[in-house]
Design a protein around this ligand. Structure first.
Ligand SMILES: Nc1ncnc2c1ncn2[C@@H]1O[C@H](COP(=O)(O)OP(=O)(O)OP(=O)(O)O)[C@@H](O)[C@H]1O
Ligand SMILES: [Mg+2]
Length: 592
């Protein structure tokens, strides 16, 4: 119903994608139908106006028929009123459906972003992910609505006009119709080209956004390391590529339009020649015939660009559907837990990142009692962050399993599992909201002022928050740019304190703090660690001396486990690390 046989060539995958796209409009079929009714009326009115030329010329000017003369102005008015209303109905109806589909699709893509596993984000650039949500979705809507509008409206108008042409003089019409298939063939050839070009344009849009995004986020690094020239060159390359693809597209588009118009012009010239030598044709009939032929050009032309629009939409939709078909984070867990006691077991765990040659952690066996404080130390890249990221199931180990209170984490409902864990990440994430909203992020309820202050005090953040212009209501800027590194860390700690989860993971949570704040936080953390399992990663060994046990990692394996004193006495890895820091207190503050 929506495919015009002559102008739309959809092969294989494209067809399936387009069907899936149309299925998204199904919930809105009523408005969709209304729009289509508008288009049908519009096409009828258009054809009617051309046909009106015959009585207009023959009836009023040649025969001087008084009935026709009286009716003519009303007929013209009526047709234009119908045409106007129908046009409004179809445009608005289709836009309505289109906007709905855009919103639905954005929602689906966004939901998918929330559910995709961490590993997906490791492999995609942020720019591509964002341009999918913005550019691609718009392209898709263009295809579902404006292209369909053209197909139906222009398609019907074209069919009506063709009918009119045949009705007026079928012999002449046959001559013209021979040209139809030639045009159709041209369209087929051009459409393939459009599809590859528009895919390239989309990818290069993603690259452009990606490069800009990196410069915008990393502008300080770019400045200090003098990366301006490099970045400018990188950007110029992607933009240049984008420009070329666009121009190729324009050339293909304009070229094909011109060609088709030439063919049409030749045929019209010949028709005029033949028609004028046919004595049976009345002036009105000839006018209607010619009028219809000329009027045919516009819808035909629009139908040739429709194909390009549909191809563009299909390219964009293919990309979006691929994303939507990505398997979300596996959540086969069925066990529900209210509040775990927090015992964690790593049972022969090995994890290799996708594409990595070596496992990031291997054969890890470790039992952490509920309420225990375990510190993880080791060289940068030794697998500490990786190991702890298995607990909230950011990644699934290829071998072995992680257990919480004796239950494999893969058997626990993902939401329940993550509710048991408070995390202060190596890279603090703050949202562009107020201090209070950042501390209470994801809490699920509105905390009281006292709770917020208590959490902030626990994180040693209350002092600086009070000094901010609007206190807890101060906005922190995108990812907290308006705060210092240590302040951001303290907000992240406050967030973890407020969450009050049985398992606390601190990954370099105090690395950006001065010694004094760190000591103060350490005291606060000591009390926070009471009654919950705490896993701390720290490079500064001074902060973890009081841990119940210290786990030393190297190249993805656990090489030593013990208390501070025992490990020192052992004289192994830990003792070496410790003596290095003792001699050069700042030597190990390198961060990945
Ligand atoms: N998302 C990832 N994808 C692929 N490889 C990764 C990923 N994250 C880490 N790695 C690799 O896994 C290894 C362990 O990294 P991990 O972040 O666990 O080290 P770490 O001990 O936390 O180091 P640091 O002390 O510097 O934070 C490294 O060799 C790193 O290159
Ligand atoms: Mg780390």
């Amino acid at each position: 119903m929506t495919e015009h046989p002559k102008s739309v060539s959809l092969e294989g995958d494209g067809k399936a994608v387009y069907k899936r796209l149309l299925r998204m409009t199904l919930p809105y079929w009523r408005v969709f139908m209304l729009g289509i009714v508008g288009m049908v009326l519009f096409a009828c009115a258009d054809v009617g106006l051309i046909q009106l030329l015959e009585p207009l010329l023959d009836g009023t000017f040649v025969d001087r028929d008084p009935d026709v003369i009286r009716m003519m102005p009303f007929a013209i008015l009526a047709l234009f009123i119908v045409r106007g209303l129908a046009g409004l109905m179809s445009s608005y109806g289709m836009a309505w459906v289109g906007r709905r589909v855009i919103k639905d699709m954005r929602g689906l893509v966004f939901d998918q972003y929330l559910r995709l596993p961490v590993s997906y984000y490791d492999q995609q650039s942020g720019g591509t992910l964002i341009s999918r949500l913005t550019y691609n979705v718009d392209q898709v809507a263009e295809s579902t609505t404006s292209a369909i509008t053209s197909v139906i409206k222009d398609g019907l108008t074209a069919i009506g006009l063709l009918g009119l042409v045949i009705y007026q003089n079928w012999k002449l019409a046959m001559f013209v119709l021979v040209l139809g298939p030639i045009i159709a063939l041209l369209v087929r050839i051009v459409s393939r080209r459009f599809r590859t070009l528009s895919k390239r344009i989309q990818n290069s849009m993603g690259d452009t956004v990606h490069v800009a995004d990196e410069v915008i986020k990393g502008h300080r690094v770019v400045k200090v390391f003098g990366g301006e020239d490099l970045e400018a060159k990188r950007f110029d390359e992607v933009s240049e590529y984008n420009r070329r693809q666009h121009l190729k597209m324009v050339l293909a588009q304009a070229g094909s339009t011109t060609l088709i118009q030439w063919i049409a012009a030749i045929s019209i010239a010949m028709v005029v020649y033949i028609a004028t030598s046919d004595p049976t044709m009345s002036p009105g009939s000839f006018a209607a015939f010619m009028g219809a032929l000329i009027a045919l050009l516009r819808p035909l032309r629009s139908l040739t660009t429709v194909n390009e629009r549909i191809q563009r939409g299909i390219a964009a939709a293919t990309d979006i559907f691929e994303l939507l078909d990505e398997p979300p984070e596996p959540d086969a867990g069925t066990q529900h837990i209210e509040r775990a006691s927090g015992a964690i077991t790593f049972d022969a765990v090995t994890l290799t990142y996708a594409g990595a040659a070596q496992p990031a952690v291997r054969d890890i066996d470790l039992q952490v009692q509920a309420g225990e404080v375990v510190a993880f130390v080791g060289r940068s890249g030794s697998g500490k962050t990786t190991l702890l990221s298995l607990i909230p199931r950011f990644y699934l180990p290829q071998q072995g399993q992680v257990l919480l209170d004796g239950t494999a984490t893969s058997d626990i409902h993902l939401n329940d599992l993550r509710r048991q864990i408070a995390l202060v990440d190596q890279n603090v994430t703050l949202f562009n909201a107020t201090v209070a909203e950042n501390i209470a992020y994801g809490l699920g309820r509105k905390p009281s002022q006292d709770e917020l202050i208590a959490a902030a005090e626990g994180a040693y953040a209350w002092g600086f928050i009070q000094k901010l212009d609007h206190g807890l209501d101060t906005r922190v800027g995108q990812n907290g740019v308006l705060l210092s590194g240590g302040q951001r860390q303290r907000l992240a700690i406050a967030r973890a304190i407020l969450k009050d989860a049985p398992v606390l993971i601190l990954d370099e949570a105090t690395s950006a703090l001065d010694t004094e704040s760190e000591r103060a936080i350490q005291r606060a953390l000591d009390s926070l660690m009471q009654g919950r399992t705490t896993l701390v990663i720290a490079h500064r060994l001074s902060t973890i001396q009081n841990a119940d046990r210290i786990v030393v990692m190297d190249q993805g394996r656990i090489v030593e486990v013990g208390t501070h004193d025992a490990l020192l006495a052992e004289g192994g890895h830990y003792a070496t690390l410790h003596s290095l820091q003792f001699e050069q207190p700042q030597a190990d503050s390198e961060q990945a």
